[in-house]
Ligand binder design. Structure first.
Ligand SMILES: [Zn+2]
Length: 384
């Protein structure tokens, strides 16, 4: 049962929360910008160390062909014998350096604005403030807490995934501090994301003199695009969308080469397997054209399984004790919670800020409602 004081303590911490949030938002951290990442990590490490967190910085793994990304920040607090919680956040944003000049940090009444404020500097601030609220309320941590703040979530978490999964395996539950849905619903299930890249190798020929000696890679790509699109299952929520196609070199040449990219969104692990098998087993229709299939599932689906639902119910019980009805939703976009949930670790996502305009120049959050979520995160960590 939630401690009613926590919500009041969170409201009282408004100024401290906002100044902390300002310090996070005003260091610009687009994915892959090492200079911004270094400054941000130094600042964050200073705050964590000052608050007594056990700190460890780790270089993100280089992922082939993806360029370097900033360090990962890991921090721990020892607690009681309760569940071990992993708090998951990322400091990279989709906003290039200079965005802050066009859309500066601003607080007007109950609204705070700035690039990355919602997605998800506010979530990082929540993780920092929650233990402070516990201390203010005279409460201890129920179990131990690990915090992982990554640097490449917006570009697919290629350099941080192994660390996310390693820490999730050491945890009993994962709380992802991504923003909630715009209507305030927490995210209890997310679709998985896959992308595939098909290349078609045919045989060139003069389109006028001897077209029959060629093998038309473009025509094969067209067959493939239609067959692949038919793998979609809209009632289940599986979408399969050919998105980029390229072929041909000149209007009078039978094309010997074509490429097709496909975006796939998956509601369940079973659907991921079905679509993957069908794509990899695609047999070309045009004689003489060879197909090569690359890519695969990037983020597995986060299903509303028993563990995730139980964790959501726990959050909902805390909220209900404050007279506040919490909803849970299935959303399309993926997050790092997809990885932890697929490992079978109960995962609750969307517990960060409440606002709107994520990934746009007009990113904003509601301060009061976001502080309520800080109280909720704190309640999840508190001794009963
Ligand atoms: Zn995010």
């Amino acid at each position: 049962m939630a401690n009613p004081d926590l919500r009041a303590h969170a409201a009282e911490a408004r100024d401290a929360y906002l100044s902390l949030l300002e310090s996070l938002v005003t260091i610009e951290t687009p994915s892959g910008d090492l200079e911004g990442a270094e400054r941000f990590v130094a600042h964050l490490a200073g705050v964590l160390a000052g608050d007594g967190w056990d700190l460890r910085l780790e270089a993100a793994e280089g992922a082939p062909g993806r360029g370097p990304v900033g360090d990962l920040v890991e921090a721990r607090l020892a607690g009681g014998t309760g569940p071990r919680t992993l708090l998951l956040a990322h400091y990279d944003t989709v906003h290039p350096v200079g965005t802050l000049q066009r859309s500066p940090w601003l607080v007007e009444g109950d609204v705070a604005r700035g690039p990355g404020v919602l997605d998800m500097k506010a979530g990082i601030a929540a993780a920092l403030v929650a233990p402070r609220l516990l201390r203010a309320a005279g409460l201890g941590l129920h179990g131990s807490v690990a915090l992982l703040v990554t640097s490449d979530e917006e570009t697919g978490s290629h350099g941080s995934r192994s660390r996310i999964e390693a820490l999730a395996r050491e945890a009993d539950r994962v709380v992802v501090l991504e923003p909630s849905r715009d209507d305030g619903a927490l995210k209890i299930a997310r679709k998985g994301v896959a992308d595939y890249h098909l290349s078609f190798a045919g045989r060139a020929a003069h389109a006028g003199l001897a077209p029959e000696t060629g093998a038309n890679a473009l025509l094969e790509m067209a067959h493939a695009a239609l067959a692949i699109a038919a793998l979609a299952d809209p009632p289940q929520g599986t979408t399969v969308s050919p998105t980029v196609g390229r072929a041909g070199s000149a209007t009078n040449v039978i094309p010997d080469e074509a490429r097709l990219s496909v975006d796939v969104r998956l509601p369940t692990l079973a659907e991921a397997d079905r679509v993957d098998a069908a794509l990899r087993g695609y047999a070309p229709r045009i004689q003489g054209v060879q197909v090569h299939v690359a890519g695969g599932v990037n983020r597995p689906p986060m299903e509303a399984n028993e563990g995730n639902t139980r964790l959501f119910e726990e959050a909902r019980t805390h909220a209900a004790s404050w007279g506040w009805t919490l909803e849970g939703a299935l959303v399309g976009g993926g997050s790092d919670g997809n990885f932890t949930s697929a490992l079978g670790v109960p995962t609750l996502d969307g517990v960060g800020a409440l606002g709107g305009g994520a990934h746009t120049l007009d990113e904003w959050l509601r301060v009061g409602a976001t502080l309520d979520r800080v109280a909720l995160v704190t309640a999840l960590l508190a001794e009963p």
